[in-house]
Ligand binder design. Structure first.
Ligand code: HPA
Length: 272
């Protein structure tokens, strides 16, 4: 079966289990699961029960699709995402995005935890991703292109929708929430970066760095979805003292900032 057929089969399976088609898809990144509390949940489907879905392995990631109503909009949320570093193929990492689109989602909202190379920003800040640099070693669109899914050579001049960024900024102003904006560098991990690598990522134009998001955003753009993405800054990559970074530290910082991002995204969805 082709990728296209698998997507259709998965979407048909899910459609049987939900009452309303989602218009917005949301990927809940590390420690940002709190957004779930803002949703009137209508249905949940565990990844393990969904045909063609990979299964989530990272601890702290639940591994289910959540369908419901948020701010008057039908949403589908991915609680638990698939990272390339876990060993999944790029097609597996991005398959749920294809399915969200097939279900009816026209907009994708993605969050992540990120390390920071911009010394003017600090841990706990929320950064709206304006652009990205793709340093993953593999590309989700590599291989034969199925025109039913998107074009062969995808334009990437403006992957992050400026209108959605503007909406986020105006809501943040009302919420008295300071936002950063910048460039996200996506690379495979699973190691955090060396000092020399953080320095290089800054030199090439990156503000923050993480191990996700870029594959999903590429596929969302390829399938014609509008994209909004935000990072929670969980650690500073560039600082004078010895900077060790642990997964626990990243999760703690992401969890601490989560309510701010959840409030922002909830208002955004209502305003979209
Ligand atoms: N580097 C890469 N990925 C990350 C980081 C980091 O410093 N923090 C959170 N995810």
């Amino acid at each position: 079966m082709s990728l296209y057929d698998n997507i259709q089969e998965t979407a048909a399976f899910i459609t049987e289990g939900i009452k309303n088609k989602p218009v917005v898809g949301i990927v809940l990144g590390s420690g940002l699961g709190g957004l779930v509390e803002k949703v009137e949940v209508e249905a949940e489907i565990a990844y393990k029960d969904i045909p063609h879905f990979p299964i989530s392995t990272v601890k702290g990631h639940a591994g289910k699709l959540i369908f419901g109503n948020m701010g008057g909009k039908r949403v589908v949320m991915m609680a638990g995402r698939f990272h390339y570093y876990e060993g999944y193929t790029m097609q597996e990492v991005t398959f749920p995005i294809r399915v969200m689109k097939a279900l009816g989602a026209e907009t994708l909202i993605v969050s992540n935890a990120a390390g920071c190379m911009n010394v003017n920003y600090k841990v706990g800040d929320i950064l709206l991703i304006q652009d990205h640099i793709n340093l993953f070693p593999e590309h989700p669109l590599r291989g034969a292109n199925d025109e039913r899914l998107g074009v062969r050579f995808q334009d990437m001049s403006e992957p992050y929708d400026p209108q959605l960024i503007a909406i986020a900024e105006s809501i943040a102003k009302k919420q008295d929430l300071a936002l950063r904006k910048g460039v996200y560098v996506g690379l495979q991990g699973p190691t955090f970066e060396t000092r020399a690598e953080y320095h290089m990522l800054h030199v090439i134009g990156g503000d923050v760095v993480g191990m996700s998001t870029v594959p999903e955003v590429i596929v969302a753009r390829h399938s014609g979805m509008k994209v909004f993405a935000a990072s929670v800054i969980t650690d500073m990559g560039i600082r004078d003292e010895l900077n060790t970074i642990s997964h626990e530290e990243v999760l703690a910082a992401a969890n601490a900032a989560a309510p701010k991002l959840a409030a922002l995204v909830a208002e955004m969805v209502a305003a979209m």
